[in-house]
Design a protein around this ligand. Structure first.
Ligand code: SF4
Length: 84
């Protein structure tokens, strides 16, 4: 899986790779999550998703169709519930 800035950011937020994983190692860490026949399609989706929804500065989580599988989103919801 080629890893550009969008793929790197989105997959870290999703929880597919952790903070300590280098960009160089990220592609190999992502591969087990993606069937080989879908690799190109998932790569293109992650880039598109990173540009449109999972933006660097302010991700649009309330509009995100994959938020239920996202670690970043779950942590944000958990943090918000602690203040209720
Ligand atoms: S829920 Fe938010 S952080 Fe997670 S992938 Fe979607 S936009 Fe990105």
């Amino acid at each position: 899986m080629p890893v550009d800035t969008h793929v790197d950011r989105v997959t870290r937020r999703l929880g597919w790779i952790d903070r300590r994983t280098s960009v160089e190692d990220a592609g190999a860490r992502i591969q087990p999550f993606v069937p080989p026949r879908l690799m190109l399609a998932v790569h293109v989706y992650l880039v598109w998703h990173g540009r449109r929804t999972c933006k660097a500065g302010r991700p649009l989580c309330s509009e995100c169709v994959i938020r239920r599988g996202c670690r970043f989103y779950r942590q944000a919801v958990d943090a918000a519930e602690r203040f209720v």
